[in-house]
Write a protein of this length. Structure first.
Length: 491
């Protein structure tokens, strides 16, 4: 059984998805989807235990050895992303039934759980596959499922947001497919380890240069890297409440993982950064995204849109960590990939819990909610100060490594700009906390009550994890440091 864990990890959610659609019953589908999600968490923990300390799992699908067959490869970086997708997905799934009850008829909920599980299964597939073409296939499955999840939002603008994401997501996927096709044309293989061995012989070939360019633009769209972020604010704002928490935690983070995997392991460090000068592109775009998105978030009056713009800014932190090309910077990128997924999923879930009662994400509707929903608002506050980067929270750990990495390069102005962006985070998170605690509640929402425990408990799990990983960093920064050192060749 232990040897089959990689296949079990993928099949749990992939098989549960169509069964949910056949049940045609919202409650039974939710129980099945929740059980499959938490079973995936258990498998992810077992896999992490196997590779902890530098181990690698290579699983040959159907018994066909690579490069002829499809290989599943799991190392420490893969294992932490697996845990991210499954754990945060399971927590959101736990809260999803109550959240959907106000926006969707009971009979249709089973189809929603099907799309949710397909999205989770495809993100798992992207993470563990060792085949470049399979990355594209799973990206497309996740995108199609995500379009469905966003379009089911209560606001009709969700359809426009889903359509916009469809157009930009399709362009991104097409660029990635062209990049993979060029690599296959040069090498005759799709196995990522095999590609890594064969591509250096073609480093001066313009076809490989074009492949790299197409890949960076395509994956930049998937990550929502500034200025390719156009789809993200509306998608997060108008998607169903709890679903936004899942998308914010997983979709862009898995895309960032794909970029790290291809840039460092497939194209290679020397080709990506010395020959193609990727750092020269990532660093200024990341800094611009951090500052512009943070400033935009400050002026938002819709809480979901505010957090969505904050996500664009935080993704800039991760891209900057990759672009500065040192151990501390890359450690920051990988650590923040996990920490931001955790904090932002919790923030969107806590906000979904508030919206469940007041039926609006406008800041004016959330006024005074700290007095009527103190437990939910307390979780939101803990997560908010984590996002700011207050010491003893997970956000502080990420930013500490990032600023250290920038200072290692001698970039004092960039370090100053990162501090400025953190001050802007204080402003927009502080604005929300001020409204929730110190503004008078609208009369129609003055009797709002705490949401059901199925929504409240996951919020506090996210909040407590934010504090825990701000103190014990072995699973996050410790693992990320080892991975970063290996990716950079021990530099």
């Amino acid at each position: 059984m232990i040897e089959q864990l990689p296949a079990i990890q993928l099949l749990l959610t992939l098989i549960a998805a169509p069964i949910c659609s056949m049940l045609r019953n919202g409650d039974r589908s939710w129980w099945l989807a929740t059980a499959a999600s938490w079973a995936s968490v258990v498998v992810a923990c077992l896999i992490l235990n196997q590779v902890w300390g530098g181990g690698t799992i290579s699983y040959h699908m159907g018994g066909w050895p690579p490069p002829w067959g499809i290989e599943v490869v799991i190392d420490e970086l893969t294992a932490i992303v697996l845990l991210l997708v499954t754990l945060f997905g399971a927590l959101v799934m736990t809260a999803l039934r109550e959240s959907l009850s106000t926006i969707m008829r009971h009979q249709r909920q089973s189809l929603y759980y099907t799309a949710f599980l397909l999205c989770m299964a495809s993100l798992i597939g992207i993470t563990i596959t060792g085949d470049a073409f399979n990355v594209f296939v799973f990206l497309e499955i996740s995108s199609l499922a995500t379009y469905t999840l966003i379009a089911r939002g209560r606001d009709r603008r969700a359809l426009t947001a889903a359509f916009r994401y469809l157009i930009m997501g399709t362009i991104g996927a097409t660029f990635i497919l062209i990049a993979i096709g060029f690599m296959y044309m040069l090498t005759g293989t799709l196995n990522m380890a095999d590609l890594a061995e064969r591509l250096p012989a073609h480093k001066d070939n313009h076809v490989l240069h074009a492949s790299f360019a197409f890949f960076i633009v395509g994956i930049g769209l998937k990550i929502a890297l500034f200025p390719l972020h156009y789809w993200l604010p509306n998608a997060y704002t108008y998607a169903p409440k709890a679903t936004t928490a899942f998308l914010a935690a997983t979709a862009t983070k898995v895309s960032l993982y794909v970029m790290i995997r291809f840039v460092f392991d497939v194209y290679g460090l020397e080709f990506s950064f010395q020959q193609m000068h990727l750092g020269t592109l990532l660093v200024p775009l990341s800094i611009a995204g951090i500052l512009i998105a943070s400033l935009t978030a400050v002026f938002q009056t819709d809480a979901k849109r505010l957090l969505a713009w904050s996500s664009v800014s935080q993704l800039g932190y991760m891209a900057l960590g990759v672009g500065i090309l040192n151990v501390n910077g890359l450690t920051a990128a990988i650590t923040h990939m996990f920490n931001h997924a955790m904090m932002k999923a919790g923030l969107f879930l806590a906000l979904a819990t508030m919206i469940y009662r007041v039926q609006s994400s406008q800041l004016t509707a959330l006024a005074g909610i700290g007095r009527t929903m103190p437990l939910t608002t307390g979780a939101f506050t803990v997560l908010g100060i984590g996002l700011i980067g207050v010491p003893f929270t997970a956000g502080f750990v990420s930013k500490w490594y990032l600023i250290t990495g920038v200072l290692d390069k001698g970039w004092l102005p960039v370090a100053a700009l990162l501090i400025v962006s953190s001050l802007m985070a204080i402003i927009y998170i502080g604005k929300m906390i001020d409204v929730m605690y110190f503004k008078p509640a609208p009369e129609e929402f003055s009797n709002a009550q705490e949401a059901p425990l199925s929504m409240l408990i996951p919020c506090w799990i996210f909040a407590l994890l934010t504090i825990y990983f701000g103190i014990d960093t072995r699973l996050t920064a410790g693992l990320a440091g080892r991975v970063a050192s290996n990716l950079l060749g021990g530099a």
